[in-house]
Design a protein around this ligand. Structure first.
Ligand SMILES: [Zn+2]
Length: 347
């Protein structure tokens, strides 16, 4: 989301050359004409009309000719981000060379946004929690289920590991664009290969009991820069709900014995987290409004009247209707005389 913010910041000024040209024209005519409303696409779009750069090379805005838009991810670009190139190792469980205590005292991670979704890997009553267990460190949470149960990717991301790894048995590790990694262990079957891109909800494998396991269960871990924290800070497995869109991570979460606690005793901390979340939501609304305005301006199209032009001919050329063109140009009616050289708005 932080990256999306940046891209939206840049969107107002960073539209394509072609769109800039159109925007300048739009600026000069803004007072004369009404603006076409641009709405988020619901998926039932008609014709593709244009693509806008956003400042973030991994994200584009696609405009459709019915006045809707959609954010789309350019996966080739996304995967060039340092999060997917640095400390990238398809064998080492922890490829980061730093110690957990080198992480800041607290920091926030955007977990889901307009492009990144969430699906609970498996909803059940956890059998074994994060923390020490019979003197042995347990870095994840155990979710019992029958062998062969499909295991869903929690978030969009790239497969870093898919192999048989000692006590983990068949292990899939996904790295997500925010730097978070999720681990899915003891699988009976792995469905993905390192380097694959998966979307939240894609089946990464089937549940099982491979490795050091006493019965079929999913061992699920959440790690940041190699350091594990209790996945329950993020997900309520009993209901399958995500606890936070913006997760505040405190350094003590990485303490191997620190389980999730429902009521963090430091109320100031809780308040600050909520406040941060509220400010971020406001900021997001502002940036989205700016993106809409830019998309709206860029979606406008003009036509300069030439000899022999008719409104119906122009309407046909721009895949619109005479009445729509008249709506967009005050004073223009289907019977108006078209003056050669005059510019009219067609979209
Ligand atoms: Zn486990």
């Amino acid at each position: 989301m932080k990256r999306l913010f940046l891209c939206l910041l840049a969107l107002g000024a960073g539209t394509s050359l072609f769109a800039q040209e159109e925007s300048r024209e739009a600026d000069s005519l803004r007072h004369a004409f009404g603006r076409q409303q641009v709405r988020p696409s619901t998926g039932r779009h008609s014709q593709f009309a244009d693509t806008l750069d956003t400042g973030n090379p991994g994200v584009k805005v696609v405009l459709y000719d019915n006045g809707t838009y959609r954010f789309v991810r350019d996966l080739d670009q996304v995967q060039k981000d340092s999060v997917f190139t640095e400390f990238w190792d398809t064998r080492a469980v922890n490829p980061y060379r730093e110690k957990p205590d080198s992480l800041p005292d607290h920091f926030s991670l955007w977990i889901v946004d307009s492009l990144d979704a969430y699906v609970c890997p498996y909803i059940t009553h956890p059998r074994s929690q994060f923390g020490y267990r019979r003197g042995r460190r347990h870095q994840g949470i155990d979710l019992p289920y029958p062998t062969g149960t499909p295991v869903a990717a929690a978030f969009d991301g790239k497969v870093r590991i898919s192999s048989y790894v000692g006590g983990y048995g068949n292990l899939v590790v996904l790295r997500h664009a925010n730097g978070l990694e999720t681990f899915y262990a003891h699988l009976s079957k792995r469905n993905v290969e390192p380097g694959d891109w998966v979307n939240a909800g894609d089946i990464v494998g089937l549940g099982g009991s491979t490795g050091r396991s006493t019965g079929p269960h999913l061992h699920f871990e959440t790690r940041y820069r190699g350091a594990a924290f209790d996945p329950s800070w993020l997900i309520d497995f009993e209901t399958g709900t995500l606890r936070h869109r913006l997760l505040k991570i405190r350094s003590w979460y990485f303490n191997p014995n620190q389980r999730y606690v429902q009521d963090v005793d430091d109320e100031d901390e809780i308040f600050r987290t909520d406040e941060e979340e509220r400010l971020a939501a406001e900021e997001q609304a502002r940036k989205e409004a700016a993106a809409r305005a830019a998309a709206e301006a860029a979606a406008q199209r003009y036509h300069t009247i030439r000899n022999g032009d008719t409104l119906s001919g122009i309407a046909k050329k721009y895949h619109t209707t005479v009445s729509r063109i008249c709506q967009l140009n005050s004073g223009l009616t289907p019977s108006s005389t078209l003056r050669v050289g005059k510019r009219i708005r067609v979209r």
